[in-house]
Unconditional design. Sequence first.
Length: 660
Amino acid sequence: MHGSALPVTVLGRLGFDVPRLRFALRTALAASIALLVAWLLGLDHPQWAAMTVWAASQPTRGQLLEKGLFRALGTLIGVAAGIGLVVLADGAPMPLVAGLALWMAVCVASGNLLRGLSAYAAMLAGYSASMVSLLDFGHPDHLLVLGADRALTILTGVAVAVLIGWLTTPVSAEEPIVGRMRRATGAVLSALAQRLDRGGPDALTEPERRALAEMAAIDELLDPHAAGSLRRRRRTQAMRMILWAQIDLLDLARRQTRPQPGVTAADLKAVAEGLGGGASSPDTLDRLEVALSRIGPVSDLYRPLARLLAALRAYRGMPRGPAEDRLSVSTPILHRDVVGARQSALRAFLSLFAVGLVWVVTGYQPIAFLMLGLSIMVTIFSTFDTPAILMRYVMLGQFYGALGALTCRFLVWPIAGSEVQVLLLIVPFILFSAVLFGHRRTHLNAFDYAMVSLLLLKPHYPLTDGLADWLPNVVAIVLAPAVGLVAYTVIFPLTPRQRLQHLVGLVAGELEQMARAGPAPEQAPVWRARLHHRLLRMVRYAERANSAVLRADDGGLTALSLGEAIAALQSALRQGRLPPAASRAALASLERLKRLRREPERVRLALLRASRRIGPVDRGLEAQLAHAAAMMAHDEAFFAGQKRGGHRREKHRNQATSRA
């Protein structure tokens, strides 16, 4: 045992991440096998099969299988689209450029609207069309044969990646995300119990903020967690229902400014301790059921705790109990960034069309390689938070890949005496990719090294091409991330802060729209469920942007309170249960809420006045409006930061900073 631990210790001291290095070595071995298999099948670009292995390999069996299937699907769609574009262009480059840019925009928009590996397949369908149409544009007479060759090459890589990965990837015990979810639930219940015991501020405490941040991190992992298993997909939906219930409980905790000691707090503490200590789920659910029976359905605690119990039972595949049967548990509704998808599509179209125009005007063939590389940059990376920063790592990795390919071609391949030897001499360069993947300093560049070195190293013998034949294509490929950097910097720049501000503006705008039109009663659960997910996304963006001005945690919960206040006011007006003075105050509040982003302070005052007028006739609605007004006092800058006009936005930022 000591002997096996010694190499691990040495590698760790040298800067290697040993688990990642093991995974990379398995992947490099599979890539080498795929290269040899594709060559034995007589495929034109066998190195593409090795590239596919790097792209398709995953650390778990479920992710491996599903990503392989989606990669195959995306490839087939992309190859068909590429063939169609070449046929429609009929030898003219301009229609090809326009058609390819439009197709890429459609795929990028789809990839930004979809989730998980279906988004990956949409992106892949985009740049697979580029691989076929740009590289085979000069051979329209053999187009179907070449397209079939490209598809079979990539499918070979997928098959090898799935087979080798399945054989070498152990079946994991239960996933770490399950334990994280259990502990997060315990932390939320513990925070609520402490609030009931001692009270607290009308803003989130630091432990509550940490719990919400952990919930946002868990939500981000749920789509990969669900890959490859229908059972995990069902459980993932239940886990999102648990997250939604946790948000409701945090919102409830924030309202407990005064202590309410009693048996409820003790019960919640016991459940929280059981979850934190890893107690068996049936025991925990029984204790939560007992707590609900003691609380009774008239308590504000009842509904959110019953939702949590229903979600926990759904995760376990258990039938709902009598407590949950009294309420409806809405299906999770996920946020889709329609504006971001439109902007990403326009960015992809404009950048590819601009580079394509240069190709059309100059007729310089290496620009086709630049378009091919750029098509990858503006698709896959459009879903990342900071694509402009990533382009710098990609640029360096592709530079390393070009150096590796040049070294192999002009220093190593000349010693080969046959095509078999040429093929085998590529293997050390594939294995070197694993070394880069495994080291902490180079793992961000390793994928691009692997892909670019293989893209350039098409095995052939005898070696008739020279350095002058290689350099233009090498320069074009390395320039692709530089052009991508310009695109992401100039055309709708993307940063976590900008994504956060866009999402906050979207939420505030939706609240204004609710105040104008009023949601239909059946739409209220949909709005609420979608806002839960948007809140978690805002928390994640704020964390990455290190934003102290836009507190997404408190602000998101305040948006939830405002939405509930709007729905409650409109319900009271529809039912006609308010006297004239209270009705006028309710209407005035809704009128102010239509201008939430422009007049957040007046919204707060209007809610406060309405709560005082309504208090004598509806104590529940009074408390709801008073709570929303109190939250607005803290989070006015959260909504004011979304106002149009730079001067006003800066003014409110300064006000928020001075308050802090």
